[in-house]
Design a protein. Structure first.
Length: 277
């Protein structure tokens, strides 16, 4: 599955009346149970036709707000802890009622470890299930969802004006949290990229025309040149994408972040890690 598939299923939940397509750590506690319905069934049948997707409550925790304070920056934290001997290979993050439901697709390298802990911020356009579908290394699929009350996230205006956003375009930062607060044998870091993440649904307040979609479509994070994870992103990742995650403590000395956007921009930066902390 690719983001081409996510664009293809925009018709599942169209946004009436429109024709175009921070860095703080989330402080969350649970979230409302998901509300299975027709949208999830349609997405599942299009993206995973004929495949069984098991209930993942035993291994996946998703923390979201029940009601978002700001629909354009909804925090989410996902923790996936498969049974012993299994590893998480992929994860698809969905916002079911968004115009393009696939927010991001992650492919995890072995350096992430068997478990995955990852947080970010999403745009939520209407009351919706936010769902994580994980693929384990034996090919099995598991999923968990949470229901979030939010609306208007995809059409909300940018926090910064266009000139300010372009002046910092692609500026990348890594916060190295080290071992503190991470599970035994793991370290924690946060990757942040300055980018407006225009959804295609926002309106220029001067021209009253829709601002063309312009967003990070791929991000790769490597650890001493070994791929940690790759993200294929879409319009549902909030302005100035920020990803916080844990990874295996293997004594790596460098982290490299490479991002590309839908206009062909490529942004790359290397960061020295504090191996002693």
């Amino acid at each position: 599955m690719t983001l081409a598939a996510s664009t293809a299923i925009r018709r599942i939940a169209p946004l009436a009346g429109l024709t175009a397509l921070i860095l703080a750590t989330p402080a969350l506690a649970g979230g409302a149970p998901d509300k299975p319905g027709e949208t999830w069934e349609l997405i599942r049948d299009q993206l995973w036709p004929g495949q069984e997707i098991a209930d993942g409550d035993a291994i996946i925790d998703i923390d979201t707000p029940v009601r978002a304070a700001d629909a354009a920056i909804v925090p989410i934290e996902i923790r996936i802890t498969p049974e012993t001997g299994r590893r998480v290979e992929k994860m698809v993050l969905l916002v079911e009622e968004n115009p393009a439901p696939v927010a991001a697709e992650f492919t995890f390298g072995e350096a992430m470890g068997p478990d995955v802990t990852l947080s970010t911020r999403l745009r939520v356009n209407a009351y919706s299930n936010v769902r994580a579908v994980a693929t384990l290394d034996d090919g099995s699929l598991v999923e968990v969802g949470r229901f979030v009350k939010a609306s208007g996230g995809c059409s909300a205006p940018a926090a910064k004006d266009a000139e300010a956003a372009l002046a910092e375009l692609g500026r990348t930062k890594v916060r190295d949290f080290g071992r503190e607060g991470a599970p035994t044998g793991y370290r924690e870091a946060q990757v942040m990229v300055r980018h407006p993440q225009n959804s295609g649904f926002q309106v220029d307040q001067v021209t009253l025309l829709h601002i063309p979609a312009f967003f990070i479509d791929e991000m790769t994070v490597t650890l001493d040149d070994t791929e940690l994870f790759r993200m294929t992103g879409g319009i549902s990742i909030s302005e100035d994408p920020a990803l916080r995650f844990t990874y295996r403590d293997v004594g790596a000395t460098e982290m490299k972040v490479t991002s590309s956007d839908t206009d062909g921009g490529i942004y790359q930066q290397r960061f020295e890690l504090q191996t002693g902390s």
